[in-house]
Structure formats: C-alpha cells, structure tokens
Design a protein around this ligand. Structure first.
Ligand code: FEO
Length: 395
C-alpha cells in the first residue's frame, strides 16, 4: 500500500491475539502498522509484535529487495511495536536506530542489556533527520502512551506518524487500509483511546497543541487505518476526549444484577428515558458486556446511572471494577445518578458516591432509587421521578 509516492505500508494484521495488551477483546483483530520511507536514505518506522517478525521482515524485503534500510525509527517501546527490533538489527547490521533516550533505556531492559550503543542516534523534541528531501522532525509525546514516545512529522509529504495516537482496534484487512474505507473509526478508536490513553488527557492536549502548528494531510498511526481527508474530524474528537468533555448527549445505565431485580429496575428506567425523548440510552451489564465498551460509553455520554447491589458490606465486584476504571482515567464533568439494591442493609449508593467523590465537576441527580430486594410501588415511583429529572435536561 502506498501512503504517498515515497511512503509505503509494511505492517501486519494479527488475527491470533485473544486479548490485546492482555486486556482488550479485539473482534476485528489488530494491526501493527509499520512504514518505509524511501529517499536518498531509507527509514523504517517502527517494528511489529514478535509473533509477526518474519512476515514483517518479508514485507520490507519484498519492498526493498537487496537494498538495506539505513534507519529504524522507534517511536514507542511497547512490545506490540518494539518486539522485532533485535531481529531487524540482526538482519540489517549497518542500520542505525533513531529514538529517544528513554526508549534506549527501555531497549536495554527488553533485550537483556542490548541498547545498541554503537548503532544508535538519540533524538529529542525538534531534532531533524534528513534522509533526502524528507527532513523528518521529531515531536516528543510523553505518556501518549508511554514516557519514551516520540512522534515524527514529515513536512515533505505532510504526514504525521503519530505513534499510538489516533489508533484504533481492528486489523486492516477487516476495517480497511485508510479512513475512507473505514466507516466505523470513532467507535473502536474511542474504546482504544479511553482504555489505553484515557488517563493522559493533559499530555494528549500538549501534543495536539504542537500538531496544530504543523501542516498535516495524513496521519499514520501505529494501529488502524491511515487517516486521510477531513482530519479536523479526527483531531476534533481527540480534542474532546482529551479535554474530558462529553461527546454525545445521552444516558448510560451501567448495572450489575444478581437475581434480575436490579436489572428490572434498569429496564424500567431505560424504557421511561426513551419514552421521555432522551437522545440516547445505552444499557450495559457490567458482568457480561465488554467493560472497555462500558468505560468508553461512560466518557462519551453526559450522564451515567450506576445501578448495583450491596455485596459483602460493599458493592458488587464488577461495579467496583467499572468505577475504578473510570476514576483511574480522571473521570470528570458528568451528571451522575444511582440505583442501589440491598435486602437488609442497602448501602451501595453511599459506597459508589464515596468512590467518586474525588472526581472533578460532577453533578448528582436529586432522585436516588433504593430497591429493597425487588421493585415495589415506592421504588417504581422513584424511578419515574429519576427518569423525569434526567430527561428534563434534554428538553
Ligand atoms: Fe500500540 Fe502503546 O502500544
């Protein structure tokens, strides 16, 4: 695949991985992107996961034949991209690795002391590597997603190589090679963003500010399709997400239910919210649905209802994991409501509010629903009142 006349794709698709990063389901597989920039000198942008080293080296060989690359630019040391560095350097002994100082420290740890001391070029913010007419400029992007990350801007072709930034779950042979072919970018890019980078909104904002000064026509992430056309759409979403602003109007109801009674309350609330014209109502069973999708929705929409049971003098484990996942990603700027269930000493709402109390700029619904074992007229009336209160904000 040609990105531009001089930049070609040499990445791989992974349909074997069960959990990406040991954590995330990837029903569409995963892409580990890598690119070759051919000029007077040849630079390879990042490697791939170690399970795909041979395929990747074959892609490079297929493209370059007997010509050897001069540079391997390592933007990120997480093993999904760094896993084939050693094999590449063995295959091309005259190549130089170009990366940040922090990345070389990590390299020594990942490769048992091998930090390629005699074959390396350390770069930092603003440094340039000229390989011909392409003068590659490096942009420090710490914590997007690890501290050593650099991005690379090619002013000749107006391409930003964005490391994990603008990444998306999904293999390119399923989702398409560029954003014109990919009609569902935001969904899986959002789940990726909030799962993997969500904690680091401030650092993403810093990179977006630097990117605003660059003339960019294409964004080449290490995951997902090459972004072309209407880059403002993708950059705008990243801006919204990294500012922790809500992207969409609507209510997420995240629940756990042991015997189905809390579920009945949730279904009743969802029905009422829809009937009252709430723009979107998303219901997620935290024990059975994808937790990363629930986290994504909780950041996307402006209102979240937490519904769970009192359990071991605390709350049900899946709800605890969910709330912790939000808190550790700097959850803020939302309207929250609570439904609790308890058969003898209900206290789930108190526990949930206590967990969330450190989050910035939260507003709390006045109506709170308490279910004692199962719905009754009193709790049904509370659900009606809560539905009315939440829906009134959209009128
Ligand atoms: Fe795609 Fe942070 O690795």
């Amino acid at each position: 695949m040609f990105i531009t006349k001089d930049i070609q794709y040499v990445g791989v698709n992974d349909h074997q991985v069960d959990l990406f990063e040991g954590h995330y389901i990837v029903p569409e597989g995963m892409a580990y992107n890598s690119y070759v920039i051919s000029d007077g000198k040849v630079a390879v942008m990042d490697t791939v996961d170690a399970h795909f080293t041979d395929e990747w080296l074959g892609n490079i060989k297929g493209l370059l034949g007997d010509k050897a690359p001069d540079y391997l630019i390592v933007q990120h040391m997480e093993p999904d991209h760094s896993g084939s560095i050693k094999s590449f350097m063995d295959a091309y002994p005259d190549a130089t690795i170009v990366s940040s100082q922090k990345a070389f420290s990590m390299m020594a740890n990942f490769f048992e002391g091998e930090d390629f001391a005699d074959r390396r070029l350390v770069v930092k913010e603003g440094d340039t590597l000229e390989i011909g007419k392409h003068a590659l400029t490096f942009v420090a992007a710490p914590m997007v997603h690890w501290p050593e990350v650099i991005m690379t801007y090619d002013p000749a072709d107006k391409v930003l190589f964005a490391a994990d930034g603008f990444g998306r779950f999904g293999a390119l042979d399923v989702i398409g090679e560029n954003s014109k072919e990919d009609d569902d970018w935001a969904c899986e890019a959002r789940r990726y963003y909030f799962g993997i980078v969500g904690k680091y909104g401030m650092q993403v904002q810093a990179v977006l500010k630097k990117a605003a000064g660059l003339d960019i026509e294409k964004i080449c992430s290490l995951h997902g399709p090459v972004l072309v056309d209407d880059l403002g759409y993708y950059i705008g979403l990243y801006d919204t997400w990294s500012k922790y602003e809500s992207e969409s109007e609507g209510v997420v109801i995240a629940y756990t239910s042991v015997y189905g009674n809390t579920k009945k309350a949730v279904e009743l609330l969802a029905e009422k919210l829809e009937a009252k014209g709430v723009p979107a109502v998303e219901v997620t069973d935290l024990a059975r649905d994808d937790m990363a999708e629930a986290v994504e929705d909780a950041f996307r929409y402006d209102t979240v209802v937490f519904a769970t049971t009192t359990f071991n003098n605390d709350i049900f484990p899946f709800m605890k994991e969910f709330i912790n996942s939000l808190i550790e990603r700097n959850y803020q700027n939302k309207r929250l409501a609570f439904i609790e269930n308890g058969s003898w000493a209900p206290q789930a709402a108190k526990v949930m509010k206590g967990m969330l109390e450190g989050c910035k700029n939260m507003t709390y619904a006045e109506n709170e629903v308490r279910i004692v074992s199962a719905l009754n007229d009193e709790s049904r009336a509370k659900i009606e009142a809560l539905a009315e209160e939440l829906a009134s904000a959209y009128k």
